[in-house]
Design a protein. Structure first.
Lengths: 638, 638
């Protein structure tokens, strides 16, 4: 697979999300989520850590060693949301105050990490495998890029460049070999490089090179993480390091994807979020260089991930013990870890593969992870969060207000804030519609800026209207992705248009456009029950309901309080309802076991006949927003 | 429920297990398991810890703080096995040498614990909640009782009494309030009290009183475990104590059954092995005092355990995180913890309830846990062990040679060694046959010693022959338990006998016996598929096969390598085969999914029709003894 850039996402400054679905989420995040998250960051000492570092204090750092990153992700979300929805004075005040604190906390040499500054000033960069210094720095850099994009201010961008310069002064081909146990800096350096490309071309090149070097050296031997074992003082910071990194007493590095160079990896292993951030960075870093070998490696990993180790919801990382991957087809539903952040990371990686290949298979998975695995991480009210996302709950799983390790809440917030980036790609001679949610965009193509308006009720309905407005006649192709789930696809073009072409990925309408043109594309999104590969033993005899990009689930709240585990479904019957409480329900036919109290174990012959029942199902992302109770994605088949 | 002793187990010195099933296991344990376990205890420093303590050394203790207990349990198994099978010179040599070491390691004041003696001599009895000092002492006492019973030597018994005296000098009603985080000392003190009743009546009373006091004070406030929080030095020994003992930052004690006095407890909570040892001790301690309130409390707990929180195999303690209980009906199959030791503990408790009530419901559960949940803990070759016992494996669960925390291997060994204790109970005017495995016993009844020979092919066949030999005419009742699983039961009596009576629990043959009498009882043990209570959501649409006391499972090895998770069973059809490789298989009819490779998720409509297949099932205890692969207890029903 050749990695060669086919498109670039239309930046947020040129796209306005008008979609009721996503704009609704963005408004919820602005109104509810961001204030709550900032209050939590304040209450838990995350903000105060910066204030204390800024005052040059020493002492005990509040909370986990990587808590700075939650503040940075909040900034990123706040900044992108102000681009999407316009300025918000309350948020802007918190934001600018926090940016000031961060800038003040940075040390003269560019170092910035409140855990080490407050608590372990002598042990900076002494435990790269577990201490997340570059991880936190990376999120600071991404926040800075967002802040610059949103406000034009270079206040935080300058902090980011000083930090990156500091990093580049310590690590690199002719310096110390080192990278972070939790990948993130690789993506951040690329984002920073892109943001400053014009103003600081040398730094931009340096940061990009540092990122590529970290990606390429990871997994080579000697491993810097293994070498740290000899540093007793550094190891004191994380006594559990060997437990995470070794396998049978010998350094393995699988947990942090340091077991092999990425080009030699064939299976996704270890911590899922780290893997996603890593592969996303590798994809982006090597896209513009047209690297076929790296493309092949990433394709193998992607194929292993999405064809062997991914839940039907786009959730990934089945196991709690390593927050990550286990074996092919090992996808337990009730104990599914499927961390919200891992699905967010999957969106990031999928988007980069899409842009580097033009293969819409990646967009299919992008929207799967976005609308299901990731979005389930936040309540519809915006104030509660899932960290792990089971596909089968007996009533015990519920979203929570916050977590000590609070990576997920601000991660889903920043994804929603910047969701417009997933919609449209632009290239020299083509406009790519990857996710046809309603929006208004100014797209740069063929040297001009053309208007593209999309109107749809996505994801509820699959009929999409396009309006293309060009200031003067311009030749380019409008390419509309045909989702993998669409059956028959119908295109309505103006009378004077040639027939649309299908290039295997996109419907392509190539012509010289003039004035305003209106096009309608109608995908087929009939409800479809899917089965899993037979090796997924947990799903034997079960089916999951999908419709378009959405995966559905059944909750006790739609079953008169009965557990959906007591329901068997007829997979040949599913009726789509009208939109109701912001959701399109689907009614299915099946049978419900009749419950009889009595002994724990009894003769099976006495089991009463099941009763026919019609039951509503709702999208998975919307579960656990009503009366708490059992939920199930993979229904037993009758 | 009134606790009032109905019977006492015939001691091992008066019963010879002739049963091919259990005698086979005992021979395997003698030939394979005991030598392996002793070698492991040697290799891992468990024996050397005693040698070093005996030499008065100081320094680092090898292994976990409770490793002494594995040596003690090995001694107990070795002693009881020599009673069962006769002396074994190789075992006896290791045994006596180890007993010498233990005696030499005991401190002048009676204290004995190699962890503290070697590593923390100044912190004895400073962390009762987590440090297992009384637990280890308890297993030493039980080993001493076994050693005395087996050899007549008081060498270890003297050590035990010195330890118990030391304990009684420190703890008690007018001394320090304290008991152990891991119950065991309570059972041990009762066993010691019984063993020395005649020779040391005062000590016997004192130990029994200490045990009863520990049982009764546990769960009262202030908790000695909570008070230890203030002892920083003691807490240093177990920094994780609060994590285990608190709930939301406040002391709870549920993990160690210290949340409420046992008389007020209504649900089995916390660590399963601790709970079983505790309730077994409470039952035994309060049986002879005819305590109705304690009986009621224990009945509630038993009912909660066996009607809400027990696997069909007699496995208990669903969760790995607390090695214990979760909620009613929460019985996940694949992640079932169901520790081998917990089922061993269930056998202990059931036997004491049976003896204290004469209710055969307890015997039903005793044999369920014995033949299934506990026995699965050891391979048929005797050299590999399960710690946790899932009821659903995708191929990842296998017995292991040993564990760092090695409680289970010697626990199952000592249970098998002393299994004869479960067979027959004796009382003033009745002989109780609780488990009709083949044996020859001298039973004390009506002031005489009568011979009882049982011949059966239990558990494979349910036709049981009894031969009663009395030296002179003697009136008593022979009571033969009717198992809960038996359908119709037929009794064949000599022509001159009155008809047998049924008292709701036992078939009762009450008469004046003379000479030799032969009786046959034929239980009905047709294979039966059972269903679980509907609240066990994991078992919805599934059935488990049982026959007599055995629970069956299906392994890939009996399905041509296909996973039993791909099989749906017709629960109306099951055919018992002849004994084969030491097991009675059952053949069932069903359908196997046809496997098709391809994408991870695909339209359910393309799922091929299943094929009819007949498949063998084997007893659960015997799984994972052939080609490794998936296994399942709860089969999907067609």
């Amino acid at each position: 697979m050749l990695l060669e850039r086919r498109m670039t996402a239309v930046p947020l400054s040129r796209i306005r999300v008008t979609d009721p679905f996503w704009r609704g989420w963005q408004e919820t995040v602005r109104r509810v989520t961001l204030p709550i998250e900032f209050a939590q960051c304040t209450k838990t000492g995350r903000i105060e850590n910066f204030a204390r570092a800024a005052r040059g204090e020493r002492g005990t750092h509040e909370g986990y060693r990587y808590n700075d990153s939650d503040v940075y992700k909040w900034i990123e979300a706040a900044c992108y949301l102000q681009i999407a929805l316009g300025p918000d004075p309350a948020i802007a005040a918190d934001l600018e105050q926090t940016v000031e604190l961060i800038a003040a906390a940075q040390m003269p040499d560019g170092y910035l990490n409140t855990y080490f500054q407050l608590q372990e000033p002598d042990l900076r960069w002494r435990n790269l495998s577990m201490m997340h210094e570059m991880y936190c720095g990376g999120h600071m850099i991404e926040a800075a890029v967002a802040h610059h994009e949103s406000t034009g201010s270079t206040k935080l961008l300058d902090v980011a460049m000083r930090f990156a310069d500091h990093l580049a002064s310590l690590f690199g081909p002719d310096r110390r070999k080192g990278y972070c146990g939790h990948q993130e800096i690789e993506l951040a350096l690329l984002a920073l490089a892109a943001a400053i490309e014009r103003e600081h071309p040398d730094r931009s090149r340096r940061y990009r090179a540092l990122s590529k070097w970290m990606i390429e050296t990871r997994g080579t031997r000697p491993s810097p993480f293994e070498e740290e074992y000899a540093d007793a003082e550094g190891m004191r910071l994380a006594p559990y390091a060997r437990q995470m990194l070794d396998r049978e007493g010998v350094y393995s590095g699988e947990y942090v994807q340091d077991h092999l160079p990425v080009r030699e990896q064939t299976e996704v292993v270890g911590h899922a979020v780290r893997a996603m951030y890593f592969f996303a960075a590798a994809t982006e870093a090597f896209t513009d260089s047209g690297d076929e070998a790296m493309g092949e490696a990433l394709w193998r990993l992607w194929d292993n991930l999405t064809q062997r180790r991914m839940y039907v919801t786009g959730g990934i990382g089945a196991s709690r013990s390593n927050e990550g991957f286990t074996r092919d087809y090992d996808l337990p539903n009730r104990t599914a870890y499927a961390e919200t952040c891992a699905s967010v990371g999957l969106v990031f990686w999928a988007q980069r593969l899409l842009e580097g290949t033009g293969d819409t298979g990646y967009a299919d998975l992008l929207e799967l992870a976005l609308y299901n695995g990731a979005l389930a991480g936040i309540s519809r009210s915006g104030d509660r969060f899932f960290y792990d996302n089971p596909l089968d709950s007996h009533g015990e799983a519920h979203r929570r207000e916050w977590f000590d390790c609070a990576c997920c809440p601000p991660n889903i917030a920043r994804l929603i804030a910047a969701v417009g980036r997933c919609f449209i790609g632009e290239a020299k001679d083509a406009v790519y519609v990857n996710l046809p949610a309603s929006c208004e965009a100014q797209v740069r193509v063929a040297g001009r800026e053309v208007g593209l308006r999309i109107e749809s009720e996505y994801p509820w309905k699959a009929k999409i209207g396009f309006e293309i407005t060009v200031p003067e006649p311009t030749a380019f192709a409008l390419k509309v992705r045909i989702p993998g789930w669409s059956g028959d696809t119908r295109v309505e073009l103006p009378a004077d248009f040639d027939e649309a072409e299908y290039d295997g990925n996109y419907i392509s309408i190539h012509r010289e456009w003039s004035g305003v043109s209106r096009i309608t594309v109608d995908f087929e999104d009939e409800p479809t029950f899917v089965a899993a590969h037979p090796a997924v033993l947990e799903c034997r005899g079960r089916a999951a309901l999908t419709k378009g990009p959405l995966v559905y689930c059944m909750e006790a709240a739609d079953l008169g309080g009965d557990a959906p585990q007591a329901f068997t479904v007829d997979p040949s019957d599913a009726e789509v309802g009208p939109i109701e409480d912001g959701l399109v329900p689907i009614t299915v036919r099946g049978w419900i076991d009749r419950d009889e109290d009595g002994p724990l174990y009894r003769s099976d012959a006495e089991t009463p006949e099941a009763e026919e029942r019609r039951a509503r199902m709702i999208p998975y992302f919307a579960w656990d927003n009503r009366t708490p109770g059992p939920m199930l994605v993979w229904l037993r088949k009758a």
